[in-house]
Design a protein around this ligand. Structure first.
Ligand SMILES: [Mg+2]
Length: 253
């Protein structure tokens, strides 16, 4: 392989390739390409916890049910380990065991807080005829409540479904949902592309599972407005901390 001369300018990030090189600086080019994909996307999928809303739904549910600390500890342990998403979800829900009534009461007494700027961004995307989806490892009833506030049809919500016995007691969750599996968000995007023939699908989220959904997603935008995940911030080619940055992209042309 031919060696390329690289001249460093003031900072190491700001590199300039030698004039003999045919390659453009990769990071710059791909960011521009991604912005173009975002501006011309058919569909935009948002993660929900710590992206569209400020908090993590399962942590709020755990706190509400009186097992907040124990579940937070389990989440911390699961994040550093090799536990599958489904196993981690099973364990945490097994501890919370939320009843139907508790979930309803959480939504009415302690509704999820929308992240600043999300309302305007979703509304602008809708005006442009872009389909907006919520793709979440959280729970359908909570995510549907969020969707309602953003005028997103419930058919555009992909999330996990809690199950209850007739008396309202916790009975597990629907393990057949793609969002119950590791890599589930990517599966949802593949399904959307197949069903609606979308050519360009954008995924926006704070977490590694969101980043891993691209591909099949065409462009990943990391979001650090509520919480910064180090790995995502380092790896994402496009990383934002406020939705205004995306609104601006849509208004520039
Ligand atoms: Mg998230």
């Amino acid at each position: 392989m031919a060696q390329e001369t690289v001249h460093y300018s003031h900072s190491e990030k700001d590199f300039i390739l030698s004039p003999h090189s045919k390659k453009a600086p990769k990071r710059m080019a791909s960011l521009m390409e991604m912005k173009e994909i975002f501006r011309s996307a058919d569909a935009v999928c948002f993660d929900v916890d710590s992206t569209v809303i400020r908090e993590e739904g399962i942590d709020e549910l755990a706190k509400f049910c009186g097992v907040g600390d124990a579940v937070a500890e389990m989440t911390r342990r699961a994040m550093g380990g090799t536990v599958t998403f489904k196993a981690a979800l099973t364990a945490r829900l097994g501890l919370i065991r939320p009843s139907y009534e508790q979930v309803q009461k959480l939504i009415s007494d302690n509704p999820p807080q929308l992240t600043p700027g999300i309302r305007e961004l979703v509304s602008r995307l809708h005006q442009r005829g872009v389909q907006v989806f919520l793709v979440s490892g959280g729970f359908q009833s909570i995510v549907e409540h969020v969707a309602l506030q953003l005028n997103i049809p419930t058919a555009n919500v992909f999330a996990n479904r809690l199950k209850f016995y007739f008396n309202g007691e916790y009975a597990g969750f629907d393990e057949t949902q793609p969002t119950a599996e590791s890599g589930g968000k990517g599966k949802v995007i593949s399904h959307l592309k197949e069903q609606f023939h979308f050519k360009k699908v954008v995924m926006i989220g704070d977490g590694a599972t969101d980043m891993e959904a691209c591909p099949p997603g065409d462009c990943f935008i990391g979001f650090g407005g509520n919480v910064v995940r180090k790995q995502v911030k380092e790896k994402a080619k496009w990383y934002i901390t406020h939705f205004d940055e995306l609104l601006k992209e849509l208004e520039e042309r």
